[in-house]
Design a protein around this ligand. Structure first.
Ligand code: XLS
Ligand code: MG
Length: 343
């Protein structure tokens, strides 16, 4: 069954351009102004960190947090937008310098658990059951820093706590092998999916695959997606692109390797992604050289590239491909795909 595609991104994808070596280069755009751009560019979904939704949330009571989140829900409704997911931003606070759930300090771990509950409250108020966990600092700089068995158990216990806290939510784990840590405990999508088995509700633990994160693990994004689809666990994606093994680049989708991008679009389309309400998320960064007035093109073009690749994929003659597969004539298949892309 063909896929159904609607698109989302997070407000962090429109940013001021600071990097570890230099300051901001563009003016800030207010959150409400960012929201206005979604529909104009053909996006219907908003991805949120908990503190994108409720800024300074650590200063607020749980009741105040819910109140503010409900106010945001009205704003999203006014713009005709839906919240896709909420993710706890667990990597900014002084208490999470060495991770949250896997921190060696019990008080810091408790902060991470409490923060996760507030994130769930926000998701509920925004009308989404989806919690994304990008486990940014759940890892180590040196292996001796933490016991990997204990760390895995602590992540599982955090998942269980969240699943128990609200029986409606489902958790989408976004794996990434490194950055900011040297190694993380959930480096690939196989790790993410298997974490569910350490809880009593694996049916509510799935994953979000980001292209760049798969590439940083030297894996094929479309095969990672296929693996997750076969497990019925691919509940969201973060499409972008990445030029080899270096820092997480979040380039415009398909900008580095259009064929690799075609294969991602193809596996999603051929396996009905989106038919159960899954979104195509784009996690793309603005090039630092873009000026203020042209700082949204990466989102617009990522979506357009997806749709162009979808057209190409759907124009392929599946009977011919099946014959070339049966004959193992992969040179012919190679040519057929490249030829279709170069037309
Ligand atoms: C960072 C991640 C981040 C998540 C959301 O590498 O991609 O942006 O998608 O927390
Ligand atoms: Mg991402």
């Amino acid at each position: 069954m063909a896929g159904t595609f609607r698109f989302s991104f997070g407000p962090w994808n429109i940013h001021e351009g600071a990097d570890p070596f230099g300051p901001e280069v563009r003016n800030s755009i207010a959150f409400n102004e960012k929201l206005k751009t979604y529909k104009q560019m053909g996006f219907d979904g908003v991805q949120l960190h908990d503190d994108d939704a409720v800024p300074e949330m650590n200063e607020l009571s749980p009741e105040q947090i819910i109140k503010e989140a409900k106010e945001l829900k009205k704003v999203l409704d006014d713009h005709g937008l839906q919240a896709e997911f909420v993710a706890p931003r667990m990597w900014f606070d002084p208490r999470t310098i060495d991770g949250g759930y896997t921190n060696n300090d019990a008080a810091c771990r408790q902060y991470a658990l409490d923060r996760s509950k507030r994130c769930i409250d926000i998701a509920k108020a925004l009308g989404t059951q989806n919690i994304v966990l990008w486990l940014a600092r759940e890892g180590t700089y040196i292996r001796e820093a933490k016991d990997p068995v204990l760390a895995t158990e602590r992540i599982a216990a955090a998942l269980q706590m969240m699943l128990d806290y609200d029986k409606d939510i489902r958790i989408m784990i976004e794996s990434k092998p490194n950055e900011p840590m040297d190694h993380t405990y959930i480096p690939t999508i196989g790790h993410a999916i298997s974490m569910g088995l350490l809880t009593n509700a694996p049916e509510r633990v799935g994953c979000l695959i980001e292209t760049a994160h798969a590439l940083l693990a030297n894996l094929s994004p479309s095969d990672e997606m296929g693996f997750a689809l076969a497990h019925k666990k691919l509940w969201s994606v973060h499409l972008n692109d990445q030029n080899s093994l270096k820092f997480d680049q979040d380039q415009t989708f398909g900008a580095v390797d259009p064929r690799r991008a075609l294969n991602q679009v193809r596996v999603l389309d051929q396996h009905g992604f989106g038919n159960d309400g899954e979104w195509v998320g784009l996690d793309v960064k603005v090039m630092r050289t873009q000026k203020d007035a042209v700082a949204l093109k990466h989102l617009d073009y990522s979506r357009k590239i997806f749709l162009r690749l979808l057209e190409i994929s759907r124009s392929l003659n599946e009977d011919m491909i099946a014959q070339m597969q049966a004959d193992c004539d992969y040179e012919e298949l190679n040519w057929y795909i490249i030829d279709a892309m170069l037309k």
